[in-house]
Design a protein. Structure first.
Length: 133
């Protein structure tokens, strides 16, 4: 059985400043039988935050054949102050337990991009999301 996830992002998008503020991520997950509820919740929350970090912050370039950002002073992952409200719900299921490693990560960027489209009418197609037009 695969893992199934729905993710919705509530964002504030400002085209004038090219800023996106994620206010809330809501996920509903069907992972079969949840063996350890606290561990599953922690895994889903961690993966969602990593997905948020990849969607809005993480990405680097190469300059003269070298990685541009070689330290965290210029490579900016998600910080504690950027963490939105997280709502994670698991579907009750009698199915065999399934994987919960990366699936909650994968749906976050598309959810944010769709929320930006609904808020600002701009279709974002590149990650990390740094420009709204």
């Amino acid at each position: 059985m695969p893992t199934w996830i729905a993710c919705v992002a509530h964002v504030a998008a400002d085209q004038a400043t090219d800023t996106v503020d994620v206010k809330r991520l809501t996920m509903v997950i069907d992972v079969g039988t949840v063996v350890h509820p606290d561990g599953a919740l922690a895994q889903a929350q961690g993966a969602a935050l990593w997905g948020l970090s990849l969607a809005l912050h993480e990405g680097t370039a190469f300059e003269n054949g070298q990685v541009k950002d070689r330290n965290l002073n210029s490579y900016r992952p998600l910080r504690v102050g950027d963490v939105p409200a997280l709502d994670v719900e698991f579907i009750d299921s009698d199915e065999f337990p399934s994987g919960l490693g990366e699936p909650p990560l994968i749906c976050v960027a598309p959810a944010i991009a769709n929320a930006i489209y609904q808020a600002a009418g701009v279709r974002v197609r590149d990650l990390p999301i740094r420009k709204l037009g």
